[in-house]
Design a protein around this ligand. Sequence first.
Ligand code: MF3
Ligand code: CO
Length: 261
Amino acid sequence: MIEILSPAQLARARVTGRLVGDILHTLKARCQAGTNLLEIDRWAKGMILDAGATSCYVDYAPSFGRGPFGHYICTGVNDAVLHGRPHDHRLADGDLLTLDLAVVKGGVAADAAISFVVGSRRAPADVAMIAATEQALDAAIAEARPGARVGDLSHAIERVLSAAGYPVNTEFGGHGIGSTMHQDPHVANAGRPGRGFMLRPGLMLALEPWVMAGTDRLVTDADGWTLRSATGSRTAHSEHTIAITDDGAEILTLPGAPGLR
Ligand code: MF3
Ligand code: CO
């Protein structure tokens, strides 16, 4: 199903989106060498519930995972790129961490992900890979306006990731979002300009370029959820929820609190 939000729903989407951005950036600031992934999950749970929001993940049991996710945030370390299920594991200086969070508040969902390096030992290749996913996300957002098509956004993502030297996996990508997290249309991370669903005001999309260095093959962990690079190479993921407006697009999942950006 494709939902078109009313102006009242869009106003509530701004609240949900800012909450997701604030939580992700608060968590980023707290993460350091020694932080346990289960601690991050507890912090996320606390902030979600304190805000009067509901997790999109904890009871989620889609075909691509084994049973309910059972946690409040995805935590992917190094080679873990998508659906990273928090487990009893401490971060080390220089780890590349991906956090992915979606919640519903006021009947509207928002979904975002960030990747960053923990501590001070930042490998240049990691910094470049993260930047490539951020630039791909920016490029797709720049194409998003009424009359553009989903293929324009897919192509923009593919162009930036490919030019930066990363293979593009199209098994998982972006999606429509509204009263629930995963809706149509699917927004593949590669595609042809001028093709696909035509964007219109009130459509909300989660755009999410992600890459694995040197491979496009994923493997699933024994936990039935966490998706890793098949070669063990490092990975990155950047996601925002946007709303199509009358003349462009509005990013909903930026942090709003001073000092978080
Ligand atoms: N938020 C993810 C996405 O970007 C989906 C995570 S599903 C989960 O689409 F259940 F693993 F959390
Ligand atoms: Co998403």
